[in-house]
Design a binder for this molecule. Structure first.
Ligand SMILES: Nc1ncnc2c1ncn2[C@@H]1O[C@H](COP(=O)(O)OP(=O)(O)OP(=O)(O)O)[C@@H](O)[C@H]1O
Length: 309
């Protein structure tokens, strides 16, 4: 069992700060690294796997630095996001080449074992360029695991993978985590991370925005103020009674003909709105969230983190 620790890690490229003062601890089991595109996930993984040195701060495994240490590399397997450029090799040849690079004494046996783990024994005799996206991911995972590392890092492993193969991959990662490996995968999709990860780390714009189990992250996201747009038969009248509700933070009358309502307690608001409208004799035409994108959720988490500092 291994624990990966990032302590005040930053990485810049010229004047672009890709990762900004991030500290986190990743232990055994499956952890999700959640963040929108460009958040710094790939850069973080490159530093965790020893491909890139931090500009400042440290990345350690069980207390030992990762950068320029062969021992650490033997404990890590990285599944990069980019496609394999070895389409002309069979799956078996590709995994075996990785076993040989690690100078494994029983390279052939290790190759067969790991092909079994990822359920690729039969397709392994075919060229990689005949594989589906999900199969290519599994063969990349086999290559990253052939030397039996305690830590597996996967960059956006579910991107472009069809739903059935995604389930298959999730089962595989869950199993690896249950065996006691430290599995970290990145994703920009909350639902994906929630379904699989025991623990979630959220990064936004190179900064650490939140951390916790999926319940804690979900709560952070649902507790945030949410803006709604409401149209009704009498917006002014409805707006006046809504303003008196404790769950409502603000109400504005949009000149284009809608109410803009900011709500803090979504559950209370949802259960009182229909009754209020009925009592006032107002007919509701439309209720729609105006900022439900994941980007806005991320922006909220960053603001919240900034305010806490
Ligand atoms: N080699 C580099 N040179 C200059 N800027 C870079 C380099 N690598 C990354 N960046 C910048 O650092 C930021 C973080 O990029 P990174 O690829 O780590 O994010 P990401 O969360 O993995 O996003 P994506 O999922 O889109 O790859 C981006 O603004 C990116 O443009």
């Amino acid at each position: 069992m291994s624990t990966l620790v990032l302590d005040k890690v930053s990485r810049w490229f010229g004047n672009v700060v890709a990762v900004n003062d991030i500290s986190m601890t990743i232990g055994p089991g499956v952890t999700g690294l959640l963040g929108p595109n460009g958040a710094g996930k790939t850069t973080l993984m490159a530093m965790m796997s020893g491909f890139l040195p931090p500009s400042s701060g440290s990345v350690t495994i069980d207390g030992e630095p990762v950068w320029r240490r062969t021992d650490a590399y033997r404990q890590i397997g990285l599944v990069p996001e980019r496609e394999l450029s070895f389409g002309y090799l069979t799956g078996r040849q590709f995994v075996r080449a990785n076993a040989d690079l690690h100078r494994l004494p029983e390279a052939a046996a290790a190759t067969e074992t790991i092909l079994g783990v990822v359920d690729m024994v039969e397709p392994a005799q075919r060229r990689i360029d005949t594989y589906s996206k999900g199969m290519r991911q599994r063969i990349k995972i086999a290559a990253a695991l052939v030397h039996d590392p305690a830590i597996l890092l996967l960059d956006e492993p579910f991107n472009g993978v069809d739903p059935r193969q995604r389930m298959h991959l999730m089962d595989l990662l869950r199993r690896l985590g249950d065996e006691g490996r430290t599995v970290l995968f990145s994703s920009h999709i909350l639902e994906e991370v929630e379904r699989l990860a025991r623990h979630i780390e959220v990064v936004v714009s190179g900064r650490h925005a939140a951390s916790g189990d999926f319940g804690a992250i979900r709560r952070l996201m649902t507790d945030r103020p949410v803006r709604y747009s409401i149209t009704s038969s009498d917006d002014r009248r409805l707006g006046a009674v809504l303003m008196a509700q404790p769950s409502v933070q603000s109400v504005a009358l949009d000149p284009r003909g809608a109410l803009r309502v900011q709500v803090t307690d979504l559950g209370a608001f949802a259960s009182t709105l229909p009754g209020l409208a009925r009592t006032e004799g107002v007919t509701l035409f439309e209720l729609s969230p105006s900022d439900e994108s994941l980007e806005s959720v991320f922006a909220y988490l960053v603001d919240r983190q900034g305010a806490a500092r």
